[in-house]
Design a protein around this ligand. Sequence first.
Ligand SMILES: *Cc1c(COP(=O)(O)O)cnc(C)c1O
Ligand code: SF4
Length: 478
Amino acid sequence: MNTNDAPVAAATQIGGHVSGPTLSIAAPARVRPTAAASSMAHGNLREGAFWQTLPAWRDVDEATFLDFRWQGRNSITRIDKLLEAIQGIAPAEFIADAEAGFANSPMSVRVSPYLMSLIDWTRPYEDPLRRQFIPLASRLLPDHPELTLDSLHEQDDSPVPGLTHRYPDKALFLALDTCPVYCRFCTRSYAVGLDTGMVDKVHLNADAARWERIFAYIASRPELEDIVLSGGDVYNLPAKHIRLIGERLLDLPNVKRLRYATKGPAVMPQKLLTDTEWTQALVDVVEFGRARRKDVVLHTHFNHANEITWITREAIGKLLEKGVFVRNQSVLQRGVNDTTESMKLLVKRLGHIGVHPYYVYVHDLVKGVEDLRTTLQTAIDIEKEVRGSTAGFNTPTFVVDTLGGGGKRDAHSFEYYDRHNGIALFRSPNVDPERLFYFFDPVETLAPEVQARWADPVERQRMKDEAATNARARLPTR
Ligand SMILES: *Cc1c(COP(=O)(O)O)cnc(C)c1O
Ligand code: SF4
């Protein structure tokens, strides 16, 4: 029995000073100090004609820069054009490095003027946007030995070309294979973009006959309630196809939820402002869904706070006005957003413009971008700092897409994680209750003697088997 109970209540009066032996256990009243101006940086978006700092666009006025056609026409698709645009501002060493980097890249090149103008070309090695779009030969690391071009087995789980049905009630519909820009870290580099010197791709054209097979499959599966429409990127679908696919899917009685996935708002927000036909088609599908009590939202993909400017605020604002809900999925990338400060800034800035942070993906094993990957531990550490910094509904879940088709798992939910060897194992009961699925940290982050073991196929198998045995030993017995 605690004899101190009664005086504690008295001591909790604001500023109360109570004498007696119980004082030491009473918490002082705590009022949060007013936030420092520096903690409000998420609200400071770039304003004005920021693109005019690039010599190539010094004379481009606002109406031109906001024109989505101009953005499309002036997007850079050839390395020589890209280098031309930054000649004289970027260090010469960097230009040679990028030229060699592109020669070895599995992804096509496509960078919008909007992105070009947000990169600090005087410090291109450190710039978080440059890192996502421009490969450098000097930073290239060997791929992880367990990498295959379709590490996530999206194609194995495809009953019809371009539809991945892995989870019980939801499926991923890849409507096309082009994008408004091409990202180095693309998980779907097996399909997205043009064939490069390095990779011949699987082609998923925007093709009505292929879509018909997908509609028929979805109609034949009453359990499918949730469709993610992606690609490639739905920004590149003409307005009439946004409408056609949306209405056809929402007309199916089983389909209750539809998401349009596009990186567009992060890389070319101008389209939402000036391609009124496209934006209206999306709004119309949202209303078509609402009339049927079905949920239609936009999923987008911002990775760094620098991608969000006054143009983004206006573009997202247009969607908010029309009642279009927008969620964000980021990819955690080394040197881009793998610090607590940069991730918190991104999350808060997204909330500030009305976008809900939904997921942060631990970077998958993807060809040619080992330099961008982080360890699983990095995700776990950052999540701890982000949670509690803002509204819970604006706090992203940190997930890992496990190898071999295990699907997405909460980063914390591993059964076993050998940090020394960089091997994690997860269960995924809704995909396969019996199997364990791997995830691997970048070899380059491990101790030199462990790196040597990874280089040896026999040792590699031994480490994997040992981790699996340890994971199984920890599973509850059934
Ligand atoms: C990510 C994904 C989905 C959607 O998953 P959510 O966790 O609901 O966002 C659906 N199908 C596949 C194959 C996916 O990879
Ligand atoms: S926009 Fe999306 S699908 Fe297209 S290259 Fe980037 S990550 Fe890949």
